[in-house]
Structure formats: C-alpha cells, structure tokens
Write a new protein. Sequence first.
Length: 102
Amino acid sequence: MATKSRGSEIRPYTLYEGSRTGAEEFTVETDGLSFGIIFGECESGYYIAIPQYGVCVPAAKPDDPFYNRERLSGCGNEFVRDNASTLAAAIMIYFEKTEEGQ
C-alpha cells in the first residue's frame, strides 16, 4: 500500500546498509571565490563534492588532474566549470602535501 506525500505517490522501497567511506575536506580560494572541497572514496570509486555550489561528480585518484578537470568542467555550475583546472590542480597538490606530512 502506497502513501501520499505532497501530491505524489511514495512507492515501496528497500534500503541497503551503506559502506564506511573516507573523505578529506579542505577549502580552495581563487579569483575571489572560495570552494569547500570534499574529496572522497566510496565503493564505486572517487568523488568530488562542492556542496555550496551544488556539485558532486565522479573523480579519479587525486593525482589525475586531467580526468578530474574534465569531470568538473562538465558540471552544471559555471563558477566550478570556469575554475575546473585550478580546482583539479589544487586537489592534487593538497594530497601531495598531505602525503609528505605523514
């Protein structure tokens, strides 16, 4: 039996227990803009999320700025698209510095 919510039907569904994920969160500032980056890894691969701009895209490892730039360049937010190269490079540099510090 389905229920009604805001005029639309809620169909039966199944929830599956998710996996534990690891994510790094940092900020990139460029050209007067600030981008809160969440770079993480989950069972299906890597992702880049920039919540304040409504962006979340699949990603490659942090050391692949070409692929990550391409994914960010194809997102729906013009600020992220315009800064895709800088953001992809900043992700790579962040992880290089993080690894050096360990």
